[in-house]
Ligand binder design. Structure first.
Ligand code: CMC
Length: 388
């Protein structure tokens, strides 16, 4: 009742107060709990950042060891759960498999579903962080018809994920420390981004007091779309298409400017950043280095750099303040690491998980939280009567 404001896409509406992530979109600044993203990307580790996001402070060495040990102890999936993956066609998009698997975790763990029991919430948080790499690796393994590997708990978080993804039971898998380090860094860059579409989804679902597994599963589905996390897959598909069509970057940019068939420059633009996305700056710097260290020469990188150069000097993009976002260069790195294109958004989900967990916990503990329930402005038919 009363006065209702229309704000389609919530361009101008804050849904909560938050102490987790700070973005200054005009200045291109991103901080987790006050720490600049550039410093965390260079000096921290993904699990340390996860702890920071969830608990508000960096861990002491003892706290970090305890946190890592807890996660390591929960990496296994229930034996029966392993057969879950066989139920899907091998062509299944891994985001569908991953979101279903996360939702299904709640069926195995009724001991951690109460949003108001802090111990249960801790347990659900640890289980999600521990099991998502196993789930993601199994979604990939089933799609390529390879056997599922058990986690190796002597390995670190990212190393274990890489081994479960690319290893085979028939041979010893050597994790390339450079690859593990870069993937860890990419996970840090993705770990939180305040009230984006998937995080708002996680909070909204949780605001009805649905459990953490159910809320995170919904977040994965929100992330899947090409305007959000799915952009990393869309960027590589776009680059490959431009390449296949002869590599004419200017012609493609013209198509975008003329809004031909609604075609967009994927990996460009952002609701909040009206400046270079600070995450994209870190990724761009890393991309050339990673490809060189791995001995990969991918023409997609040159194409992406040309596209960026053309776009950043073009009026269309300048006037609209459209810059590369985090998704513009990541796909080129993931591809060099050996991930198939449709697994890219799963990697985004792995990185974003601690952010979803931290935001859900902040929401559930905030006394100001109410069930999320936007209003509408009705523009349909006035009252009419069913034919007699
Ligand atoms: N290519 C061409 N034009 C664009 C693009 C783009 N990538 N992004 C925005 N525009 C235009 C848009 O058409 C509009 O033009 P006009 O004023 O003539 O109608 C203007 O710029 C403002 O854009 P908007 O659509 O009102 O902006 P938004 O805040 O609603 O959308 C966005 C933000 C990220 C969805 C959009 O920029 C986009 O679709 N980008 C491509 C997809 C992408 O890379 N997504 C990843 C986002 S970052 C990571 C993540 O969140 O997952």
């Amino acid at each position: 009742t009363g006065y209702v404001t229309l704000d389609t896409g919530f361009v101008n509406t804050a849904s909560c107060t938050s102490e987790i992530t700070y973005i200054d979109g005009d200045a291109g600044i991103l901080r987790y709990r006050g720490y600049p993203i550039e410093e965390l990307a260079e000096k921290s580790s993904f699990l340390e950042v996860s702890y920071l996001l969830i608990n508000g402070e960096l861990p002491t060495p003892e706290q970090l060891t305890e946190f890592q040990d807890k996660i390591t102890n929960h990496t296994l999936l229930h034996e029966r759960f392993r057969s879950f993956f066989n139920g899907f066609p091998s062509s299944a998009h891994p985001m569908a498999v991953v979101s279903s698997a996360i939702g299904a975790l709640s069926t195995y763990y009724p001991d951690s579903l109460d949003p108001f029991d802090p111990e249960q919430v801790d347990l659900a948080s640890i289980r999600l962080l521990a099991k998502l790499p196993t789930i993601a690796a199994y979604a990939y393994k089933t799609s390529v018809g390879q056997p599922l590997l058990y986690p190796d708990n002597t390995l670190g978080y990212v190393e274990n994920f890489l081994r479960m993804t690319f290893g085979l039971p028939t041979e010893k898998f050597e994790v390339d420390p450079e690859v593990a380090k870069v993937l860890d860094m990419l996970f840090i860059l993705h770990a939180d981004h305040e009230q984006n579409c998937s995080t708002s989804t996680v909070r909204l679902v949780g605001s009805s007091h649905a459990n953490l597994y159910a809320s995170v599963s919904a977040g994965v589905n929100a992330l899947w779309g090409p305007l959000h996390g799915g952009a990393n897959q869309a960027v590589l598909e776009m680059l490959e298409k431009i390449h296949a069509d002869g590599g004419d970057v200017k012609a493609f940019v013209n198509k975008v400017k003329n809004k031909e068939d609604g075609v967009k420059l994927m990996g460009f633009g952002h609701r909040v950043y009206r400046n270079y996305d600070p995450r994209a700056a870190v990724v761009k710097k890393a991309t050339r280095k990673v490809l060189d260290t791995m001995g990969v020469n991918d023409p997609m990188l040159d194409l992406a750099m040309q596209l960026e150069e053309v776009a950043l000097t073009d009026d269309y993009f300048v006037q609209r303040k459209l810059y590369p976002n985090v998704d513009f260069y990541t796909g080129i790195i993931y591809k060099a690491m050996g991930f198939p294109v449709n697994a890219f958004t799963v990697l985004f989900a792995l990185g974003r998980l601690p952010g979803w967990i931290a935001q859900w916990r902040e929401m559930i503990n905030d006394p100001a939280t109410k069930i999320g329930r936007p209003r509408q402005i009705y523009v349909g038919s006035p009252e009419r009567h069913y034919p007699a």
